[in-house]
Every structure is written in structure tokens, then in C-alpha cells.
Ligand binder design. Structure first.
Ligand SMILES: NC(=O)c1ccc[n+]([C@@H]2O[C@H](COP(=O)([O-])OP(=O)(O)OC[C@H]3O[C@@H](n4cnc5c(N)ncnc54)[C@H](OP(=O)(O)O)[C@@H]3O)[C@@H](O)[C@H]2O)c1
Length: 327
């Protein structure tokens, strides 16, 4: 088989894998990359719990996957990350139903929306993409630790984005209470938070056998673009073109298909090559380099800085009003 890379698909990443007996939970699984990740994992025998906030949309996604007669079982449950009370209720129910979780894919996300606030008043992108996932993951940690205790080699995958390069995390005003709101800046900061969270969570959970990765899936046409107008899409295209040195056929200027986009999530969740590793940012089915000035991919050092990761952890605990230790 050719080496995995930009064009690899979920099915290519999982070729020959046997995931029977493994349980995966995926947030934001009602469309796009999350739904494809669910399909791919179930196609190799995993039980997959699809989580989403809209029951009608979730049922439609599950029904579409069930039509494919996948070998893995498909379950589903509601999870709205923009309301911490709902996150707590969902986690309590899910922990009862699934005391062992082998793979947690924190995939849900919102991008470049107008200024909105979550139930607890967090800026919507930060609140959904990071704070909701922070609380959900910490609450589900006992189920991941149970997998580790049973030899399950559990992993958490946090969907970040190359958009983390729009900005370092803004510790002084994470919720845009003192700054003018800028939708791309807010998206970038939330995606930086996803990487910093991966670093801090890996440090805490690695001693318990749970490893954590952050992923940039690529550029993929999905419902994520629901808040974009023509000018936004043109700006994305020209940014990608300049990142690729103006070469229209360079991979950096191309959109991926959905199965190509979900491939790096599936790789991070299952690749034997990553055993014993963690706290890393992946793109195109490999561990990314530190970003270079030419904008050709990679991860910014401010997103993997261990001190910043610990600082975000403490802030996140304050925001959710709960501290976590995983003994
Ligand atoms: N597509 C890309 O080019 C791209 C690039 C870089 C990174 N990513 C990341 O990849 C992930 C998946 O995105 P996608 O492209 O597959 O987009 P998508 O099709 O819009 O899927 C996003 C999912 O997140 C869910 N979601 C949004 N807000 C939620 C909330 N408050 N609670 C629970 N679920 C919520 C959505 O549900 P509803 O439909 O009900 O809102 C949907 O199921 C995101 O984290 C995104 O930032 C994508």
C-alpha cells in the first residue's frame, strides 16, 4: 500500500484493521466528518455511539448508516456542547450506559458564526469547540481509564484545524467581553485551545494509559461552512493558494473529500504507529512539523506550549466550576 498522506481515505487508513470489541464515541456525528468517522469505524466492527444535539438530524444520520449494513453496532445519544448542564446530564447517562470507552473523537464544531453565546455565556466558538468538550471529556475520563485498565489502549482525538494559525489563545479575554468580536480570530483561538487541551490532557492521562491527539483534517466542503458568504469562501481559496506558493494543483490549495478529511481522525484514533505517543498535532495522516513561516502547514509552537496548555487547563476548570484529577 502507498504511504498514507494528503489523499488517503478512511478506508485506506483502516485497511485490515479489526475494531470489533472496541467502543467509539463521536461528538457532532450527525454530519460531515463525524458521520464519516462513524461509518469508517463501524465498517471495521467497532460499536459507535453517535452524539449530536439535534435528534432529527441524528436519527437521519444513523438511519443512513444503518442502510449500509455495517458490521459494527450503531447507538446514538443527544449531546449539546453549548450548555454545560446538558453536557453534565449527557455524560452521567453515557457513563452508566458505557462504562468503558476506547475511542473518544471530539469532532463537533462551529466555525465563523456571528457573535453568539452559549447557555453559560461563553462566546459560541470557544464555548462549543473547547469548553463543552473539556467538560465532557473530563467527565468521561473514568470510561477511558476503564478501557486502559482492560488493555484497550484508549485514545482521545480532538478536532482542531489549521485555523489555529489565526491566533494564539487569548487568556485575557477568551469570551470577547472586552474586544470587538472577529469571527475568524475567535475560530482560530478556539482551535488553538483544542491543541493546548490535547497537550494538557495527554500529560494528565498518559500515566493512566490514555493518549490524546489533536487533528487538522484538511479543507473539506461540509456544513461547517454554513455561516460563510461568498467573500469568506474566496478568502479561504486565496489563503490556500498563497500557502501553496500560487500552485493551483498543490495539495495545500485543494479541498479534500469527506472520506479524505476524516482519514486523519481515524488515523489518530487507531494507527499502531502512534502507540506510546501522545499530545501531538496531526495532519494528512502524520505528526505535523512545527509551522514554518511560508504557511505551508504544520503546528504553531504557541499551540503546543506546555505552560500555556496548563494555563488553559486551569482556566477551563474555573469556567466549568470543577477541578479534575484522574487518580
Ligand atoms: N470541514 C473543514 O474544512 C474543516 C477544517 C478544519 C477543521 N474542521 C473541524 O472538523 C470538525 C467537524 O467539522 P465538519 O466539517 O464535519 O462540520 P459539520 O458537518 O458542520 O459538522 C459539525 C458537527 O458539529 C455539531 N455541532 C455544532 N454545534 C454543536 C453543539 N453545540 N453541540 C453538539 N454538536 C454541535 C453539528 O451539529 P448541527 O448540525 O446540529 O449543528 C455537526 O454534527 C469541526 O470541529 C471543525 O472545526 C473542519
Amino acid at each position: 500500500m502507498a504511504a498514507l498522506g494528503f489523499s488517503s481515505t478512511t478506508d485506506e487508513v483502516l485497511a485490515g484493521a479489526d475494531l470489533s470489541g472496541r467502543l467509539a464515541m463521536i461528538t457532532g456525528a450527525s454530519s460531515g466528518l463525524g458521520m464519516e468517522t462513524a461509518r469508517a469505524l463501524a465498517s471495521r466492527g467497532a460499536t459507535v455511539v453517535l452524539l449530536a444535539r439535534d435528534r432529527t438530524k441524528l436519527d437521519k444520520a444513523v438511519a443512513a448508516l444503518e442502510q449500509q449494513d455495517l458490521p459494527g453496532q450503531l447507538d446514538s445519544a443527544l449531546l449539546d456542547l453549548a450548555d454545560l448542564d446538558k453536557v453534565r446530564n449527557a455524560a452521567a447517562t453515557l457513563l452508566d450506559l458505557y462504562p468503558r470507552v476506547d475511542l473518544l473523537i471530539n469532532n463537533a464544531g462551529v466555525m465563523a458564526c456571528p457573535l453568539q453565546r452559549t447557555a453559560q455565556g461563553f462566546e459560541m466558538q470557544f464555548g462549543t469547540n473547547h469548553v463543552g468538550h473539556f467538560l465532557f471529556t473530563c467527565l468521561m475520563a473514568p470510561a477511558l481509564q476503564a478501557s486502559a485498565a482492560a488493555g484497550g489502549e484508549p485514545r482521545v482525538v480532538n478536532l482542531s484545524s489549521a485555523g489555529h494559525r489565526f491566533g494564539a489563545f487569548h487568556f485575557d479575554d477568551p469570551n470577547y467581553q472586552q474586544r470587538d468580536y472577529e469571527k475568524w480570530q475567535a475560530y482560530g483561538e478556539s482551535k488553538t485551545a483544542n491543541v493546548l487541551f490535547s497537550v494538557a490532557l495527554d500529560e494528565r492521562l498518559a500515566p493512566h494509559g490514555v493518549r490524546v491527539f489533536a487533528v487538522h483534517p484538511g479543507m473539506i466542503m461540509t456544513e461547517l461552512g454554513r455561516h460563510l458568504d461568498e467573500a469568506d469562501i474566496e478568502a479561504i481559496r486565496s489563503r490556500a493558494a498563497s500557502a501553496s506558493g500560487g500552485q493551483a494543483d498543490s495539495p495545500r490549495s485543494l479541498f479534500k473529500t469527506i472520506p479524505q478529511g476524516a482519514a486523519t481522525s481515524v488515523y489518530a484514533a487507531t494507527a499502531p504507529a502512534l502507540a506510546g505517543d501522545g499530545g501531538r498535532y496531526l495532519e494528512d495522516c502524520h505528526i505535523a512539523e512545527v509551522a514554518s513561516q511560508d504557511g505551508a502547514g504544520g503546528v504553531e509552537s504557541y499551540a503546543t506550549d506546555p505552560a500555556l496548555a496548563q494555563r488553559l487547563w486551569r482556566l477551563s476548570e474555573q469556567l466549568v466550576g470543577q477541578t479534575f484529577s484522574f487518580d
